[in-house]
Design a protein around this ligand. Structure first.
Ligand code: SF4
Length: 396
């Protein structure tokens, strides 16, 4: 297929595909799916081999957010019966992080609900970073605290944070449909602040919120323009008690096409399979490892993932290997760019930050996949009831 040969060639050269080529990937048929995965897999292996980086989420502060992001179980007015608690103490957070690190995670993502941190919150998180790094000096720490005010990114960097996560989530054109309390440009601004402070930028998307193929391509191209080091791809977890509870529009095949498209547009970037993988990819999860080079281990912020041990077995069974702390994630040419995680030897799922037929590249834009194409699998959505904020151990 000419399209796939072209995309592989471009991916191996780190060349940006056209928007039409990205749209054409989303429009491929189920008959072509394995060819699409194999093609994007070549690009993935060129830049990341068969390594899988493990990341571990610690929800520092859960629920009670004043913002109204419609996909989020922690939003203003959410009726989702999630855990609600205020800031964890540094030693509690360090204990939770230690469980993930023991399970193989080389990055810990410290996430807090809310519009953005106060300066006092930045102090708290700084103490938490110190507590974790005292015990695990090589671990990468990514903070995800919402919109940043001036100077806060510098303070987090000085405290030892390696990265900052803030997702764009969806296209600029549809951002107002998913949130009214802040806008797309606020999010871009925070990612830029993080980069300016020398933090490695992590910014991604949520698929499955009713967006069109054009919206998906728009947000992935917007991400590429910002040049983050990592791009988490979330698939919407339609929580009961949120406005998007009925939004079951993803099939496993659609998820794989989305991941392949992201890989072609961001060939040498850490593409991370994030929240919703278990409920939407289901038994096809191992195929996604041919596209992404990074996943979250164990549970998410407010929902349960599969057991960390099952993640490790899946990686081994699929012929991949967990990336060690002594391996640098990003390819050498990106490390020279001087941004956070790439230069250190050594991210709902990610909340705020913190979800046809073969078609030539010049084909007309395809229609979005109909909602009826996917089955509602509410039986697979489990509110997190273990790990931090509970008396039960985590599942890492
Ligand atoms: S995504 Fe973040 S800012 Fe939006 S409602 Fe959830 S916790 Fe609040």
């Amino acid at each position: 297929m000419d399209l796939l040969n072209t995309l592989v060639d471009k991916g191996l050269r780190r060349e940006l595909p056209t928007r039409d080529e990205a749209l054409a990937v989303l429009a491929t048929s189920d008959d072509e799916l394995l060819d699409v995965v194999a093609a994007a897999g070549k690009v993935r292996r060129q830049w990341f081999g068969r390594r899988v980086k493990l990341n571990y989420l610690v929800n520092l502060k859960s629920g009670l957010c004043p913002e109204d992001c419609s996909y989020c179980s922690q939003r203003l007015g959410s009726k989702a019966e999630i855990l609600k608690y205020t800031w964890l103490k540094p030693d509690e957070a360090a204990g939770a992080a230690g469980a993930g690190i023991a399970g193989g995670a080389k990055r810990v993502c410290l996430v807090a609900s809310g519009r953005g941190p106060t300066d006092r919150d930045v102090d708290r998180v700084s103490k938490t970073i110190e507590a974790i790094k005292n015990e695990h000096k090589d671990v990468e720490i990514c903070a995800c605290l919402g919109l940043l005010s001036e100077g806060q990114a510098d303070r987090l960097r000085a405290a030892g944070a390696d990265a900052y996560n803030h997702n764009l989530n969806t296209s600029e054109g549809t951002y107002g449909d998913i949130c009214t309390t802040h806008d797309f440009s606020d999010r871009v601004d925070t990612v830029r602040q993080a980069q300016a402070a020398g933090l490695s930028a992590c910014s991604g998307l949520i698929a499955g919120m009713g967006e069109s193929d054009t919206d998906l391509v728009d947000v992935v191209f917007a991400l590429r323009d910002m040049d983050p080091d990592s791009v988490p791809v979330n698939f919407l977890i339609p929580f009961e008690g949120t406005p998007l509870a009925e939004k079951w529009s993803l099939t496993p095949q659609r998820c794989l096409r989305i991941l392949a498209m992201v890989r072609f547009v961001c060939p040498d970037v850490e593409v991370r399979l994030a929240g919703g993988r278990e409920i939407h990819l289901r038994t096809l999860q191992p195929l996604a490892l041919h596209l992404v080079n990074s996943i979250f281990l164990g549970d998410y912020l407010t929902s349960e993932g599969q057991a960390g041990q099952a993640d490790l077995e899946m990686i081994a069974d699929a012929g991949f290997e967990v990336e060690g702390a002594d391996t640098t994630t990003l390819p050498e040419h990106r490390r020279d760019a001087g941004s956070g995680c790439g230069s250190h030897e050594g991210a709902s799922a990610s909340g705020c930050g913190s979800q046809q037929s073969a078609c030539a590249p010049c084909a007309a834009e395809p229609e979005p996949v109909a909602a009826s194409a996917a089955a509602a699998r509410t039986d697979l959505v489990a509110v997190r009831r273990r790990g931090v904020g509970t008396d039960l151990p985590p599942n890492a």
